[in-house]
Every structure is written in structure tokens, then in C-alpha cells.
Design a protein around this ligand. Sequence first.
Ligand code: SAM
Ligand code: F3S
Length: 447
Amino acid sequence: MAGKLFIRTFGCQMNEYDSEKISGVLAAAEGLAPAASAEEADVIVFNTCSVREKAQEKVFSDLGRVQHLKRTNPALMIAVGGCVASQEGGAIVERAPFVDVVFGPQTLHRLPELLARRRASGQAQVDVSFPEIEKFDHLPPARAEGRSSTASAFVSIMEGCSKYCSFCVVPYTRGPEISRPFDGVIAEIAGLAAQGVKEVTLLGQNVNAWRGNIDGAEQDFAELLHYVNEIEGIERIRYTTSHPREFTQRLIDAHAELPALAAHVHLPVQSGSDRMLAAMKRGYTSLEYRSIIRRLRKAKPGISISSDFIVGFPGETDADFEATLALARELRFDGSYSFLYSRRPGTPAAELEDPVPQARKLERLQRLQAQLEAQERAVSEAMVGTLQNVLVEGPSKRNPAEFAARTDNNRTVNFPGGGDLAGHFAALRITEARHHSLRGELLHAGY
Ligand code: SAM
Ligand code: F3S
């Protein structure tokens, strides 16, 4: 059956990766091509996120908006996947009875079968189980074409999380940490490189918790990076998100040793207060975190470090928050994310007393965000006049006559230029720092 597929993705890069896999699975099984809008689709998929309450509620309001499409196209199938699906299961169909299929992050490869069962039986189908890492054995090979950039690709190397931070739903919605076997990871990256991909981002909720069997021996994430660095055609490697508890000296050393490893690490700290870190069950102190960053900067001078913060965790005092501001300033974080604590039912933190008024929390968030933005701007301004080796992703979104490229420290640079530069490295001089991007001039097109 040929038709069109519309996917709406919420949340993290893991979900973006899963959405790519969902289109691959449905293209292979049902010949579905991408639809430009929900209106012209035969299958609509919502790939959801439940890390914060706002994203979760948005799913139900957006679902309500596509319900009427079934009147003009009675064969239309609506499927809900991702973490909200995993958490709510059959309750989604109770709240939105027009939903046909509910599937989890670990069962997306079963989507064609679930759709077929729904069509044959007329009954909504729900499968949100965690069948180990079976999904990777049932996915079509990764394709470089059809992406916004053929130069770079995501590759998931592990699923789930076993850290159980007290505020987070992920261990419950995505299951425990399971590493994808070494051979499958290498085969996928080599396949992408053969199609012209030059940069890979290795993905996992705790990507540096990866463990695998390499040539008969149990190896770690740092070892995997050494192998990826050797794959012909892969010139740049990124990874996200890493966890401070698994940030070993071997991983730090890899940043000094591996030329392809980008000069940027995203390492969520969440808070600068040891009292809060303990309540969050993060498993490290602010001193241990500082030590990782100091050693990373020694191994790779100039490396850019970004982080995630949670503001307003239950019981956070002004002193706790000041400790977070001080840590962010001292460690010169670049391009970081900060979130207001969102109470997630079922997590241990949801039971904690929370006397701090919401307005006070918001004020703190604004202060932290203003400081982080100023720090990010300072890094961008310091880049003006420097030479940067960038990977050209394609035409710039705002002005298709220009190119958009990515620097080693993960910034977008727009620059004028002609010819076929997309998918290649180029040398640029940075001419201007803008709000969330840079401008540059082309010195020479690379390889
Ligand atoms: N593995 C990563 C780590 O080491 O922290 C985090 C993955 S988590 C899905 C992404 C980010 O969402 C976290 O770093 C945290 O800042 C934020 N987050 C998770 N649960 C949250 C909650 N209940 N409220 C606000 N932010 C939350
Ligand atoms: Fe969530 Fe902590 Fe894991 S933030 S994804 S439980 S490392």
C-alpha cells in the first residue's frame, strides 16, 4: 500500500533518531513517502516526550487537532509512540479513542505489524514492551539521503537509562540501559560513511555507559570511540548525552588522542549544590564534576563544554541556587540548557515537599538563563576573526543563497558562497557573532 506519512517529533535527539527509523520502517514495509502536512497523510505518527509536563500535555492538544482528519480520510491511521506512549499505554486510547496504535521507543520496528493488526481487527493496538535490543535487528539499513544534511547523521548506540535520578521518568519509559552490539554500531557507521556521511553523533541517554564485546573482550565507550575514529570517511565524531559518573580518564584521554573527536562535550551537571545533587541522586559531587572539566580542558585545550541545569528542584534554597550560578560562571559553560523542575508522577522527587513558590523559581531560571546566554555570547564573540574548519550542512534556512555549516564547537555559521559545498568541510573566517549563530567568509572549500 503506497501512501504518505507525517511524523511529529517532540523532545530529544533520541526521538529525532527514532523518527528517522520509523520513516525507514514504514517506507520499507508499506512504501510510505513523507507528507508535507498532517492533512495529506495516510499515517500520522506522534513521537512523544514525557520528560517535562508541558511536552506531555502538548501531545494531547495536538492529537485533538488531527482527529477531524479521519472524517475526510476514514482509512487514516493515527499512531502514538515515544515516552508518553510508554508511560500511558492503553490509557492514551481511553483518553483519545481515535488513536489506532500505541507503541514504545523499543517497539517501533513492530509498527507495520501493529498497523496491519489494527486494520484487520478494527481494534486499537498497544505494544509498549521493552523487548531488549531487538529493535536494531529489525531496522532497514540507515540511509543518508532524505536528511536535512547528508554530511552528518545520528547513530544510536544504546537505549534506556539505569541511573534513576530522582526527578526523571526516562528509566521508567525507556527501560534499563542496554548497549547495542559493537558489530551493528560499526556496520551502521561504515554504511553511512560509504554514502558520504562525514560526521556522526553517537546517541544514548547515557552514551558513555556503553559497554560491548570487541574481539572477545569486554570494552568501554572510550574503546568504541577509537574504532569509530578509524572508519574511513568519518572525519568528526560527536556524542550525546554523557553522564558525569561514567566520564572516565580513558574517555578524557580519548579527547587528546583522537583527531576526529569534536572539541565539544555536553555534560549535564543539573546543579552546583552538593545538597541538591544528593537529593537528585546524581551520584557525584560538584567537586568531582569540576575535576572532570579541569582534566578535559587539560587534555583538549579550548574544548567547549555545555550542560543541562534543573532550577527549582524541591527544597532548593537561595544558597543552593547561588552555588549553581557560581559553578556555571567558573566553568565557563557554553551553549547550555536550563529547565524549570517539572514534577513527574511516579518519580521519587514527586513525593518531596516543595515549599519554594513558583514565582521565585521562575526568577531563578531567568537569572541563570541570562548568565548562560552572556557566557555563550562571549565565546561567540571571541571566535570573530578566527579560522574555523566547518562541515557544510547545506543551504542556510533563512537565506537559501547562503550555506549553513557547523563549527567544531557546535555553532551554526552562515556564509555566502557558490558551488557544491554541501557535505564537505571548508575553511572559514568568522566575521560576526549574531544572537544564535555566526557569520563567516569562505577561505577555501575543503574535502
Ligand atoms: N542522560 C542525561 C543526564 O546525564 O542528565 C539526561 C537526559 S534527560 C532526558 C535530559 C534533560 O532533561 C536532563 O539533563 C534534565 O536537565 C532535564 N530533565 C529531566 N527530567 C526533568 C524534570 N523532571 N524536570 C525538569 N527537567 C528535567
Ligand atoms: Fe534521566 Fe538521570 Fe537517566 S536525568 S535519563 S535518569 S541519567
